[in-house]
Design a protein around this ligand. Sequence first.
Ligand code: 13P
Length: 249
Amino acid sequence: MARNYFIAGNWKMHKTRAEAASLSLELVAALKNGKHKYLVAPSFTSLETVFAVIKGSNIILGAQNCAAEEQGAHTGEVSVLQLKDVGVQTIILGHSERRHIYKEDDELINRKVRLALKHGFDVILCVGELLEEREAGKAEAVCKRQTVEGLKDVGAADISRITIAYEPVWAIGTGKTATPEDADAIHAYIRKVISELYGADAAGKIIIQYGGSVKPDNVAALMAKENIDGALVGGAALKAETFVPIAKF
Ligand code: 13P
């Protein structure tokens, strides 16, 4: 089953508006003939600025998180209504930094997933095991739990708006990439989990990105694997000189 590659840049907590605008301008020019699907996810403060630059291009605007409530007394949170207002189309949820630094659990992430879908967003749901979980032989079990719980009560009609990003926590920002074989094995397993939940057709179509120290020199070997359909890039997404070669692998 042919799936289109989806290459996304997660800028995390980097860049002022001016820096974000400048990188966006470079990406619009460099990726305009790119063959894949592209997304950038700047900080909340730069969303409006970046949207003004990428609007009408082949780059989608993503957010890195959202609140689990539509609006109300939630100091410091950002709502789906506010994200829609500034041009966001896709929301990254369940990133390992949200899970492990900010203690988001599967139940909270699932509420965010359902709220984002209800408001018409696409979602990139991140899953991935810690080093000690991998060493204990629990990588598959952790990814299954995060996938099943993250998608709880997400109906078959909405699964086409979900992308899964497999991001082994030990590979994020460490320069240690999962081998293409190890990553592909987990991707295949996640696809099997999706098949059990939504059927073979949905499982064949779902995009599963790999994230964790993706660089220009390792992207091609990862993308060559049967079950790896794209990348969620952190550090190397912060500069055109490293993101463009990844995006045009
Ligand atoms: P790095 O590419 O810096 O390892 O980050 C991956 C990531 O967390 C993307 O969401």
